[in-house]
Design a protein. Structure first.
Length: 133
């Protein structure tokens, strides 16, 4: 038993410096250093906020430019549609006028055909039969 106690004491004495070396002693930080580090953090925070504001401003500028381009595109599309509708109206009016003229021509031709048929019938009645001549 005594032997075990000696071995135990020997092990404790031998391993104690290893345990002491395993713990690292942190250097003491003063209040002044803490204040300096907090000040640097606040300055960094302000710089980050400024960068975020700059990015927001750039995004707003890009959005305004994009809206301006969309307004221009919308205006151009409106002009194109208006011109297309005017041309379509012109073509439909021409079609309607041509249909109207064709109908009046057909009516006139039909009347002339009937008059020619009537005159032909009168001429045939007035002419003597072919065997007589």
């Amino acid at each position: 038993m005594r032997r075990i106690a000696i071995i135990f004491v020997f092990m404790v004495v031998w391993l104690t410096p290893l345990v002491a070396r395993g713990v690292q002693v942190a250097p003491r930080i003063t209040d002044k250093e803490i204040i300096e580090r907090l000040t640097r953090l606040e300055e960094g925070q302000k710089a980050l906020n400024k960068r975020i504001d700059d990015v927001d401003r750039r995004i707003d500028d890009l959005r305004a430019e994009m809206n301006e381009r969309f307004n221009t595109l919308q205006w151009m599309l409106g002009v194109f549609i208006s011109i297309s509708l005017i041309i379509l109206g012109f073509v439909l009016r021409m079609q309607w006028q041509m249909q109207k003229r064709q109908t009046s021509l057909e009516t006139t031709l039909k009347e002339q055909k009937e008059e020619i048929a009537f005159l032909k019938g009168l001429i045939e009645k007035l002419l003597p039969p072919r065997e007589v001549l």
